[in-house]
Ligand binder design. Structure first.
Ligand code: ADP
Ligand code: F6P
Length: 757
């Protein structure tokens, strides 16, 4: 994988050029309903969570494709005898396609890998992570079941939108079978720093990242998560992004932040719905004159509910004057109850609520009103409306929609939001009272401030946040991803069009066969052999040696290997083959079986002053090494830390530039190296004088900037081929070393078959 350095067209221009997708295939672990057997049929109960809220809001907005189908797990094991009835009812009533998982797969995949390994890991709680091999197997099996369900559903023109950490390997599984599928993946939870991610076995991390990169667009809630994701990709897969674009085997992938928003208009208008008005009156009567602090979440250890209760308790300790005048309304919907940590949390929350009420309560005043259940949308809106303060203090949260729903519902702008700095939402809601959720005294301070904020100050803080939520709502979150997929696919087509087609390759072979002479100028690393960590490990394999021998055996054919390598290495590796060699980017040349001659002046006096600098930089970076060539000096960092390497390379270039080297020298950055060499030396020196220019088939193949010098020097009838998608003077591109070798093999075969000439 290499950075895409082709200039990207503007997303708008590209998106316009493509037909909009006709149907959206949403794929998530969780469907918007849990199916429960009811008599001979099924009852569908709404599920609670940000994922379902977000997707439903987008779908309801009508800003996406006109048709939607939702593929997901119905939340329970379904006996084979009832599968058909569930499938037909789910599709007919809700447009849902259930993915049925055997209970042992669901347990390993959902309760195990998803909830006991990935969830705590992604929320930066490594000590809560459990790793079991069978869970990983179940995760893969479940993702394959999702793949089969999606493939069974897929039609041309569909956009597949895969969601969350449950389905990280699914995008690549789908791409394998349907290379052209339009595909986005969105992560609803945080993506942690690489140091946390390392808790997972390497092979799993690699599979998860490679899986995700099967998508055209990888969406995360915030720029921080996107940065963490790209850093993990760089460290684990060795792939670098340019401006958020990765090149995955010639296919562009965009990684970007798409913060999930809410259905702003719906929340903003909620206060007018008669059902909400009635509910609000009921709640106001229940709470009387007391100020209301609201806490609403799933009962999840990451939500910081116990720490929140501790902060409220701290407030009551400090402020006896608030006794009887404040209540905490705590709504916690039970979640993932098959996992011990979740069951224990529920018990501890109930116990703590009881203790606080026992400690401070009195007849006529209950300090904490707690309900362990889901509330309906009208009751929730009414709660948002009667609350003076929303206390949203997750220990870590991908986004947190409760905070956004509260502000959107408070059309009067008078709700005060106390929000964890560690929630993704804090990136957009900077005017809230931001707190450290682990610090009860700090949260209690914020609560005091919140309760004491005057109405004008509440409105002043709330308005800019509401404006942001209005502009970047759930509809925009979804439609930006739909547009991004179109743009990336368009860019992919543009890059694809650069690659030589089968017809192009056949035409090249035909031209070669028809010519009286052939001259083939072939770069070595990255063209004839793949790039490897240690420069010494790139010795030619038997297949390559056979290929070069075969090419050279085609009558009237000259093969020149044009490399940045030094003469000694080239002689050792290729010296016995009937090919010409050009070393150090054109500084030396060796005819077949002959002796090396210099093409540049051999002045290496400058090595004495430059070498020590390179040595210091190599000593400071484990894995880096200095290569002294006959003419130039190279500092390699391919085997070093993938993040530090480029950083130190930049510093090295600056240091060398500061040395004011003689003007005949040039400092150049190559792939994972910095090189100092005579400026006059370029690969163009490899071009031989042609005695029969029109009758000669002249082909140059290379993979990096140094090969461009040769391409530029080719006469008009010469043909250049560049490996990879980077911008180039070359008329044609091929994907990789394999493509180059296949082309060369065809030239050999054509030479042999037709007895060329
Ligand atoms: P998560 O996705 O981790 O559950 P979010 O805050 O992003 O967290 O989203 C939670 C969603 O579920 C919101 O739309 C919120 O209104 C809803 N929700 C949370 N708790 C309850 C509850 N007790 N009753 C009803 N809806 C709830
Ligand atoms: O947001 C993360 C997530 O896992 C979502 O998939 C879902 O909205 C929410 O948490 C609830 O979790 P579950 O689907 O495991 O009940």
């Amino acid at each position: 994988m290499e950075p895409t350095d082709a200039p990207a067209l503007s997303d708008d221009a590209l998106a316009r050029a493509l037909p909009a997708p006709r149907r959206l295939v949403v794929v998530s672990n969780r469907l918007p309903f849990v199916a429960r057997p009811a008599g001979r049929g099924w009852a569908f109960e709404r599920t609670v969570g940000g994922l379902v809220t977000g997707i439903e809001s987008f779908v309801r907005s009508g800003k996406g494709p006109p048709e939607v189908v939702w593929v997901g797990w119905p939340g329970r094991a379904v006996p084979a005898s009832r599968a058909a009835s569930l499938r037909s009812e789910a599709r007919a009533r809700h447009g849902l396609v259930p993915v049925l998982l055997p209970s042992e797969v669901a347990e390993g995949y959902y309760d195990g890998l998803c909830n006991r390994a990935l969830w705590p890991l992604l929320h930066s709680e490594p000590t809560a992570v459990h790793l079991e091999e069978p869970w990983w197997d179940a995760y893969r099996t479940a993702n394959e079941a999702f793949r089969d369900a999606v493939l069974g559903e897929l039609r041309d023109g569909d956009l597949v939108w895969v969601h969350d950490f449950h389905l990280m390997t699914l995008p690549a599984l789908l791409r394998e079978v349907r290379p052209d599928v339009a595909l986005a993946w969105f992560l609803h939870v945080p993506f942690p720093a690489y140091e946390i991610l390392r808790v997972l076995p390497d092979a799993w991390t690699r599979a998860l990242l490679e899986g995700v990169l099967g998508a055209d667009v990888v969406g995360l809630h915030t720029h921080d998560y996107a940065r963490h994701f790209l850093r993990a990709v760089r460290r684990v897969l060795g792939a670098d992004a340019a401006a958020g674009r990765l090149d995955v085997a010639g296919r562009p992938v965009r990684v970007d932040a798409f913060p999930l928003g809410v259905d702003f208009a719906r929340h903003d208008e909620a206060a007018q719905r008669p059902e909400v008005v009635a509910e609000r009156a009921r709640l106001q009567a229940a709470f009387g004159d007391a100020r209301v602090v609201l806490s609403v979440d799933r009962l999840d250890p990451t939500k910081g509910i116990l720490q929140r209760l501790a902060a409220y308790e701290r407030l009551l300790e400090r402020r006896p004057d608030l006794h009887g005048r404040v209540v905490l309304a705590l709504v916690g919907v039970p979640s993932r109850e098959d996992v011990d940590a979740y069951r224990r949390l529920r018990a501890r929350v109930e116990e703590t609520v009881g203790r606080v009420n026992g400690r401070f309560g009195r007849f006529g005043w209950v300090p904490v009103h707690a309900q362990m259940r889901a509330v309906g949308p009208d009751e929730l809106a009414a709660l948002y409306l009667v609350a003076d303060v929303a206390l949203v203090t997750p220990l870590r949260d991908g986004m947190n929609l409760v905070a956004k729903e509260f502000l959107a519902t408070r059309h009067d702008g008078e709700g005060v939001l106390v929000l964890s700095d560690t929630a993704g939402a804090a990136r957009e809601l900077g005017e809230a009272l931001l707190v450290n959720p682990y610090h009860p005294a700090g949260v209690a301070d914020a609560l005091e401030r919140a309760l004491g904020t005057a109405p004008e100050a509440r409105r002043a803080a709330s308005e800019p946040m509401r404006e942001r939520l209005r502009r970047y709502d759930a509809a925009r979150w979804g439609s930006e991803q739909v547009e991004a997929v179109a743009a990336v696919r368009q860019e992919g087509r543009r890059l694809e069009a650069r690659f030589a087609t089968t017809a192009d390759l056949s035409a090249i072979v035909a031209r070669s066969s028809a010519a009286r002479r052939r001259v083939l100028l072939l770069d070595y690393d990255g063209t004839l052999v793949p790039l490897v960590e240690s420069p010494r490990a790139a010795a030619p394999d038997a297949a390559l040696r056979g290929l070069l021998r075969g090419l050279a055996a085609v009558p009237d054919t000259t093969v020149v290997v044009v490399s940045g390598r030094d003469a000694t290495t080239l002689s050792t590796w290729l010296g016995d083959l009937p090919v010409e060699l050009v070393a150090e980017h054109g500084a030396q040349r060796r005819p077949v079986g002959g002796a090396w001659t210099d093409l540049a002046s051999r002045d290496t006096a400058w090595h004495a002053s430059v070498r020590p600098v390179l040595d210091v930089f190599a000593d400071r970076l484990p894995g880096a090494l200095v290569e002294a060539k006959t003419f130039g000096l190279a500092w390699h960092h391919r085997a070093a830390d993938p993040e530090l390497g480029p950083l130190r390379a930049r510093e090295l270039v600056e240091t060398l530039e500061g040395l004011r080297l003689p003007p005949h020298l040039r400092v150049a950055r190559g792939r994972d190296l910095v090189e100092v060499r005579p400026a006059a030396v370029t690969k163009a020196a490899a071009l031989p004088a042609l005695d029969d220019p029109t009758g000669t088939f002249l082909l140059a193949v290379g993979d990096d900037a140094t090969d461009e010098d040769l391409f530029a020097a080719l006469p008009p009838q010469g043909l250049a081929i560049r490996v990879g998608t980077a911008d180039s003077r070359a008329a044609l591109h091929v994907r990789d070393v394999g493509d180059v070798r296949r082309l060369l093999a065809r030239l050999v075969a054509a030479g042999a078959a037709e007895g060329v000439p």
